[in-house]
Design a protein around this ligand. Structure first.
Ligand code: MG
Ligand code: MG
Ligand code: MG
Length: 308
């Protein structure tokens, strides 16, 4: 029986590349066949990475139901981020770099979770621990996934393990100027032309269960967020619509400016005071600039969650 490897809903590059890198690793070590999968469309950024390293026609397969299947998870352990029937799958293992979520298992599992910048850094460490050589193309894709998650090492989530992994992977992939290639990737990621407000609001969207309240948080990482200045009202109106449709208590959008190294926070909430208390600030026009805030997992979720 095959094992499907996948990351969270609205897959980012770490989820898609992680599915590929873990599947390859497992296929060198185990008899069962591991198959890279995904829960949704790939982003323009991920398409760029796959294309760059010859994987454009090897996009992981779509898997929206997993009842009765064996699975291996990457980049989240939150039930809300997986298929509705994830409880009916057998979870063989997980590689992640987020807070521990609410996934439970009925059988022993392999578990590699580290508080570092990217799941693919953990994957790299597992390759090394198991003595498996990383193919050139997979190394290149893992390298870009790490540079994406760590915002080219600027994110407060970035650790020495991440910079070390990128250097070693760049060497294997034969990429000399990895920062230049990463900037090229972020230019692709920053593209918003022709995208509807809903497309923008769901680009990197995650829902968190906060003591029974549903809190949706979307993040757009851009080289220059002023490109969206004249679309803020439209984006906010759609946030209000999403909040209603999905029964959210709060919908947050982080417009992260990777050059200015901070985020504009937009907030639609049943109780704005919770968000103001979380960041010790006042919203004006449903928004506020948060200097130095680049990471949802490290600088947003941990301060918002205790308010609920
Ligand atoms: Mg992710
Ligand atoms: Mg990640
Ligand atoms: Mg991210």
């Amino acid at each position: 029986m095959s094992v499907y490897v996948f990351g969270h809903r609205n897959p980012d590059s770490d989820s898609i590349i992680g599915a590929i890198s873990i599947s390859y690793l497992k296929n060198q070590l185990e008899d069962e066949e591991y198959i890279p999968a995904r829960q949704g469309d790939i982003s323009a950024e991920t398409a760029f990475i796959l294309e760059k390293f010859g994987y454009a026609n090897k996009v992981p397969e779509l898997k929206t139901s997993v009842a009765g299947e064996k699975v291996y998870l990457v980049d989240s352990t939150d039930k809300a981020h997986f298929q509705d029937d994830i409880d009916d799958a057998t979870i063989l293992g997980v590689i992640d770099h987020h807070k521990l979520g609410d996934i439970t298992t009925s059988t022993p599992l392999e578990c590699w979770i580290r508080p570092i910048g990217c799941s693919n850094t953990v994957v790299k460490e597992v390759y090394d621990a198991m003595g498996v050589e990383i193919p050139k193309e997979i190394a290149g894709m893992m390298m870009l996934a790490i540079l994406s998650d760590t915002v080219i090492f600027k994110s407060p989530t970035c650790t020495k393990a991440d910079t070390k992994a990128v250097k070693e992977l760049a060497e294997i992939a034969g990429v000399e100027n990895y920062k230049e290639l990463a900037m090229e990737m972020f230019i692709v990621k920053s593209g918003t032309d022709g995208a509807t407000a809903r497309e923008l609001n769901t680009r990197d969207y995650k829902v968190f269960d906060m003591n029974g309240a549903k809190v949706g948080v979307n993040q757009l990482e851009m080289i220059d967020i002023s490109a969206l200045d004249d679309r803020i009202d439209e984006i906010y109106a759609d946030m209000v619509a999403m909040k209603e449709e999905e029964g959210l208590h709060t919908m947050l959008v982080l417009l992260t400016d990777i050059m200015k190294e901070g985020s504009k926070l937009l907030c639609a909430s049943d109780d704005v005071s919770k968000i103001e208390a979380a960041f010790n600030t006042k919203l004006e026009n449903n928004q506020v600039w948060l200097d130095g805030v680049l990471s949802r997992k490290k600088q947003v979720i941990p301060v918002v969650q205790p308010q609920f």
